[in-house]
Design a protein around this ligand. Structure first.
Ligand code: EPU
Length: 347
């Protein structure tokens, strides 16, 4: 365990907002957390888990301990049926795990290449991209009870995965710290790659992959992401700022009548998912700037810190976008990013 005081979080969150943590505690093992808990029972119950910092926006200076979960290690256990159990510590960088599994000739998470953040955060919001979600390959996870330090194993059912959510964002919010995840992946030669997401098939064509391998799909996803999404090391951002709203079919039919070109995805019986990026663009916010707070010119759903924007400035922009989309389309946008310093209902 390593404890540092008065640490700027600018380099610890992908939005690059310069707030100061009173204490930043690096947790390298389950035992580290138990030691921290024993010595700081009160602070431990208030502390915030930072992970890779890729899905948070600080709008105030934190007044609590920040825990950086740095539990490392990847292990692969091959099964006779052509699958493998891949276990990764919560602190492993997600994209490093993707590359490691491709090097080991395993398939299943290639569509999730280049998603920022660490493995421990992946199940929290059931990360997803290009037709695949974590839940599709998830086997189990281990998590530390924050108040007792005990370890508990969670099955997929117990994780209650949904679109960008899990039990750890709902009923069990702030109750557990994920310490390791286990995925079930398939030998690459037996795998069926998922190229259903429009842009992938097209990009595979461009790179000349006629019989795409999982590695080819990963390369295509990386190419698409790099062309559409800003590199947070250059332009602070936390990926999609809002969730794609799910609306009743009747409401969607009205929208489609007014705007026949609106893209959409089925979202279960009676509901349709509409891309928030499209709504934001067509409300006139694509590439909008207010000082250093703005939206990305190639993907309006991504809010960007173009330099020295504060959390409050980004929050103000997000609220203006939400209100304008609501006024123009009658559709309410919910943030996907965790806004720290606000109660969820205050957004
Ligand atoms: N669109 C626009 N204008 C924009 C952005 C998008 O018209 O400015 C349209 C696109 O043309 C397309 C549709 O909206 O028809 C969907 O856009 P895109 O494929 O870029 O995906 P998305 O729905 O905006 C979601 C995820 C991303 C994920 C991509 C690819 C959410 C909230 N976001 O974005 O995840 O990478 O699909 O699967 O579900 C993230 O969660 O941080 C994230 C980046």
């Amino acid at each position: 365990m390593n404890i540092r005081t008065s640490v700027s979080l600018k380099n610890y969150t992908t939005f690059g907002i310069d707030v100061t943590a009173p204490r930043l505690i690096q947790i390298n093992s389950v035992q580290d957390y138990r030691d921290y808990l024993k010595a700081n029972p009160h602070s431990a119950s208030q502390a915030m888990v930072l992970g890779g910092g890729s899905n948070v926006l600080f709008v105030d200076e934190p007044a609590f301990d920040l825990l950086q979960i740095s539990i490392s290690g990847i292990s692969i256990e091959k099964q006779d049926d052509g699958t493998s159990f891949v276990r990764a510590g919560a602190g492993v960088v997600w994209h490093d795990l993707v590359m490691h599994t491709l090097d080991a000739n395993l398939a299943g998470i290639e569509n999730l290449s280049l998603i920022p953040g660490c493995c421990g955060a992946a199940p929290m919001q059931n990360i997803g991209a290009y037709g695949v979600e974590l839940k599709d390959v998830f086997h189990s996870l281990e998590a530390i009870d924050r108040l007792t330090g005990e370890l508990k194993t969670f099955s997929p059912q117990e994780c209650r995965f949904g679109y960008r959510t899990s039990v750890f964002k709902e009923e069990l919010k702030d109750k557990y710290i994920i310490s390791a995840i286990t995925l079930r992946l398939t030998d690459a030669e037996h795998a069926e790659v998922n190229t259903s997401y429009g842009a992938i098939a097209q990009t595979l064509g461009e790179i000349g992959a006629d019989n795409p391998t999982p590695r080819d799909v990963s390369s295509a996803v990386i190419k698409i992401r790099e062309s559409k999404l800003p590199d947070w090391k250059k332009y602070g951002n936390a990926g999609s700022f809002f969730k794609n709203p799910v609306i009743p079919d009747a409401q969607f039919e009205q929208l489609k009548e007014a705007r026949p070109e609106v893209p959409s995805y089925p979202a279960g019986e009676g509901f349709t998912k509409v891309p928030a990026g499209w709504l934001i663009q067509h409300a006139g916010w694509k590439g909008a700037r207010n000082g250093d707070a703005g939206t990305w010119p190639h993907q309006a759903l991504v809010l960007v810190n173009f330099g020295k924007a504060s959390g409050r400035e980004l929050l103000a922009l997000a609220r203006n976008i939400r209100d304008d989309v609501e006024q123009k389309f009658g559709i309410h946008l919910e943030p996907e990013v965790n806004i720290i310093g606000l109660k969820h209902s205050d957004f």
